[in-house]
Ligand binder design. Sequence first.
Ligand SMILES: [Zn+2]
Ligand SMILES: [Zn+2]
Length: 176
Amino acid sequence: MISIILIYFGIVEKGFEVPTIILLFLCGLFFFTFIEYLMHRYLYHLPVTNPKREKFVYTMHGVHHDFPKDKDRLAMPPVLSLILATIFFVIYRSVMGDYAFGFLAGFLMGYTAYLGVHYSVHAFKVPNNFLRILWHHHSIHHYREPDKAFGVSSPLWDMIFKTMPRKSLLEQQATH
Ligand SMILES: [Zn+2]
Ligand SMILES: [Zn+2]
């Protein structure tokens, strides 16, 4: 929803050409998958060294690993997401000026897609098409190798940063 407003604003108010907006949108989308990977790998799975940190990590993500089927804990509270979106907008605006409109639209769309994928992975059965790779990928992260397979919306960054789960596990999963 916000993405649509941003795109509209970028085209109508800021006079961007449609191809430019699309390009920015795709960059933002792509950039989100990267941030998603980094956040999940380094922030949500922060090594616990003191009680304060432990509490933070647990509230942010540990609780999801303990209760992966609890649908109420799958997403951040909307208010928090809105605050974060605003912060990202301010950052992108100061770095890339008006380009931020298309870029943030893609970025937020990436976030929405991530939420959708993550929710589906936990709430629905494994689909019988190419998307099933996402189901397997994330369930390996949950149940087999929590230090691998951090990408939720795509395994791309796991491939790049070599945190793909072991092949044998993937094949094992695939036969289920
Ligand atoms: Zn995790
Ligand atoms: Zn999960």
